[in-house]
Write a new protein. Sequence first.
Length: 169
Amino acid sequence: MSEETHFATAYSFSVDAADAYAVLRVGRTTFRVQLVDFSWAGFTISAPKKWARRFKKGTSGTLSHQGTKHSISILGTAASADGNIHVSLARADGKPQPKRTIYGPSKVRPRGVQQGDAILTAASGLCILLLVLAMPGWGDSWGTSYYFTDGVNSIGRALYQMLRSFGLR
């Protein structure tokens, strides 16, 4: 049994005209279409005849209808009596995705630090290098330990003088 025959034998339900408006997105193009009927296997939409060449068989996209987004693929087109075309759409997945109601980044999933994060790797390497240069054993033999202790002492003296000038001790 072919996919189109299987699609045609599915039980379908017609859609009331008030609830028929949907948005079909194929590639980067968005179309406002009317939903004619739907079934567990897919949808049938009605669109103007001038859009017929844009609905190529096998093309995938999304159909947004009443707050849900469905991944679909186009099965084919057929002319209708009212001058429009009917486009048969098959569901690519069985579960509709709920429409997101918030904008911006999701607050539920925090950004995780990856092992391949370049900034983390560079910062860790720099910290390890500074710690090795400041160590009393290796830093003394290389002559770098003095500069680190002198820098820490000068920062401490500057903070002490600043707090003393404000009257805090």
